[in-house]
Write a protein that binds this ligand. Structure first.
Ligand SMILES: Nc1ncnc2c1ncn2[C@@H]1O[C@H](COP(=O)(O)OP(=O)(O)OP(=O)(O)O)[C@@H](O)[C@H]1O
Ligand SMILES: [Mg+2]
Length: 305
């Protein structure tokens, strides 16, 4: 079943074209990651999905409904963590949750129990009666996340849910998202953390300047765009220029800050290359989604592209 189906979606703000014809389908039970540079149009697309932003052109259905005319119907079935947490600063944590609890069709006692469980889960229980304005940035983010889960939504939309979270809480959130995936929930997530996208998403969609430039599973994208292993060298080391010259022309060789990255198809070829040189890489690792992202969004300038 298709939960979201967008065809040729465009959104303009005056003469600026934020979305320039987006075709995207999200199937039930899928976790789809929407990646792209600042200003690519990710949050704009999310707004169009549930009807807070009206599209300029194209068609879109969410749960089979047009968000332009049936946004209420759609909102009943989804939980959103917006990029800006949008919490009422004057309310306390529990009051904020109860306010959202009004949309939940469960008896009050069960809602209260669920609020308590969720607050414990994200380690917010000790802040239950604290006004939102006294919370730290990461605590507000955690609250926005658990608030989105309150109504047990079928579709969860997470716009940079882990920005500002410490590593331990980030892992906790990943665990929760993984549990929700196992329960068959559909998830659309944006993030600037490539590792997070690789860990959580079944499918990655890369958006750049309002257009989808590629999509696929993390593995598939890595295999197509940046297969192999990457060695990172300190460019100032004298023997790095020799390495650069001896590396076969079809490998990817590109600078990154004061370092030089060399990506080879296999680990053994990379090890072979550097055997005769008196330098060790600062880092040697399998290629990852960040390599794909930087290549596709034009940040990685390779010798051979
Ligand atoms: N209400 C608005 N009025 C005018 N321009 C807007 C409006 N909302 C978004 N834009 C523009 O549309 C473009 C896409 O914005 P959007 O917020 O969707 O980007 P994003 O991919 O979510 O970026 P980020 O990673 O920074 O969150 C940006 O250039 C932004 O300035
Ligand atoms: Mg955004």
């Amino acid at each position: 079943m298709k939960v979201i189906e967008a065809r040729g979606v465009k959104k303009s703000f005056g003469s600026f074209h934020a979305l320039q014809g987006v075709d995207l389908t999200v199937n039930a039970g899928e976790c789809v990651g929407l990646l792209g540079p600042n200003g690519a149009g990710k949050s704009t697309f999310i707004g169009v999905v549930y009807g807070v932003t009206d599209r300029t052109e194209g068609t879109i259905t969410t749960f089979g409904h047009d968000p332009r005319s049936s946004s209420r119907e759609i909102k009943r079935r989804l939980g959103v963590v917006p990029q800006e947490s949008a919490l009422d600063e004057a309310l306390t944590v529990v009051e904020n949750m109860r306010l959202f609890g009004r949309f939940v069709t469960l008896p009050q006692a069960q809602v209260d129990k669920r609020i308590d469980e969720l607050l414990v889960y994200m380690s917010l229980d000790h802040k239950k009666d604290a006004p939102i304005r006294t919370l730290s940035g990461g605590m507000k983010r955690r609250l926005a996340f658990v608030r989105a889960l309150l109504a047990e939504p079928e579709l969860l939309i997470l716009d940079e849910p882990t920005t500002g979270l410490d590593p331990a809480v980030r892992h906790l959130l990943w665990q929760k998202v993984t549990d929700l995936k196992k329960k068959g929930k559909t998830i659309l997530i944006t993030t600037h953390y490539m590792h997070e996208a690789e860990v959580l998403c079944d499918r990655i969609v890369i958006l750049n300047q309002g257009k989808i430039i590629d999509e696929g599973s993390p593995r598939n994208l890595i295999e197509r765009h940046a297969p192999g292993y990457v060695a990172i060298y300190d460019s100032s080391h004298p023997s790095v220029s020799q390495l650069r010259e001896r590396a076969p022309a079809h490998w990817a060789i590109y600078p990154q800050q004061s370092n030089l990255c060399i990506r080879a198809p296999t680990l053994s070829e990379l090890v072979e290359l550097q055997k005769s040189e008196a330098t060790e890489p600062l880092l040697l690792r399998p290629s990852n989604l960040e390599d794909v992202y930087l290549k596709l969004t034009g940040e990685e300038l390779t010798q051979n592209d």
